[in-house]
Design a binder for this molecule. Structure first.
Ligand code: GLN
Length: 284
């Protein structure tokens, strides 16, 4: 019966020290049976096929090795959009909604948000760019370096028929290819973990690409680069929004002030960390 398999899966995850065991078990059962949480309750006494039970067991076993749940499920939601994820691409996080919401507020403050042009640097799955484009009608250019991540980006753009144009490129150099571009908004969730902290991250995160996490010695390499080279691609009055790591709001705010940004403010995540920053570029 479904409810027995669900209970066994929850117990195994709990005993394996997985924090949200009950939630993860529901996700795994949903992935295999196609039943949502509510449907799992309604069909609790229904038998599962042997193949389904074995598949649930197999996924649970792999999860117990601390392999990320999201990679096992092959998809994960971000702001209501299901995104394809897997090895080689950073998993979209709830924290990133803080940055995306700052962007939405800015785009909605423009007279014609659907005419806006935005740029998403280090796009990964495309989470931010796709959500912004779907929710405002804005056109988004999305830049991603990694071959593996780029495949997920293309897949997600197509799946959502989003007005997002993908570019495979290295943001430390490819700003020269964007000479004639002018954006209302530039957003990035760049790698921002200090290199020395990578080895201490939880096992799940170790399965994610270091390229998407490693922000150099102080974690701020990409902020310096983006603020220096990419802010020049903003229209006067355009905004730059960046996701932040712990303790990075002060240095990043200082860099933005120095580069000529005004109205700089940050927004906290649920844990009380200043998780995103936005500022607008005044006319020169
Ligand atoms: N938020 C991610 C983490 O803490 C880091 C993402 C990033 O470096 N942009 O694992």
């Amino acid at each position: 019966m479904l409810k027995e398999t669900l209970r066994n899966c929850t117990l195994a995850l709990e005993q394996g020290g997985i924090n949200d065991a009950a939630f993860e078990a529901v996700c795994i059962v949903e992935h295999v049976t196609g039943y949502s949480r509510a449907e799992q309750l309604a069909h609790a006494n229904e038998p599962l096929t042997l193949a389904q039970t074995e598949k649930i067991l197999g996924i649970t076993q792999k999860r117990l090795t601390r392999y990320p749940l999201q990679y096992l499920l092959h998809s994960w939601p971000f702001m209501g959009f299901n995104l394809s994820v897997g090895e080689g691409v950073l998993i979209p996080r709830d924290d990133t909604e803080v940055c995306a919401r700052l962007c939405l507020r800015f785009l909605h403050s423009l007279p014609r948000p659907h005419k806006a042009k935005a740029l998403d640097l280090c796009a990964g799955t495309g989470a931010i760019g796709i959500a912004l484009s779907k929710l405002t009608g804005a056109s988004v250019d999305a830049v991603e370096l990694s071959e593996a991540a780029y495949k997920f980006l293309l897949k997600n753009i197509n799946a959502h028929k989003a007005k997002v144009t993908p570019h495979q490129g290295d943001i430390t150099a490819c700003y020269t290819d964007f000479k004639d571009k002018a954006y209302d908004l530039i957003v990035s969730n760049p790698p921002y973990i200090p290199s020395g902290e990578l080895a201490g991250l939880q096992t799940e995160v170790q399965h994610e690409p270091a390229l998407a996490l490693d922000g150099g010695e102080d974690g701020c390499d990409f902020y310096r680069l983006i603020i220096k080279h990419w802010s020049q691609k903003l229209k006067p009055g355009g905004a730059m929004a960046l996701e932040l790591g712990e303790g990075q709001s002060e240095p990043v705010a200082a860099m933005m002030t120095e580069a000529g940004f005004a109205d700089i403010h940050t927004e906290n995540d649920f844990g009380g960390t200043q998780r995103a920053i936005i500022g607008t570029m005044l006319a020169k």
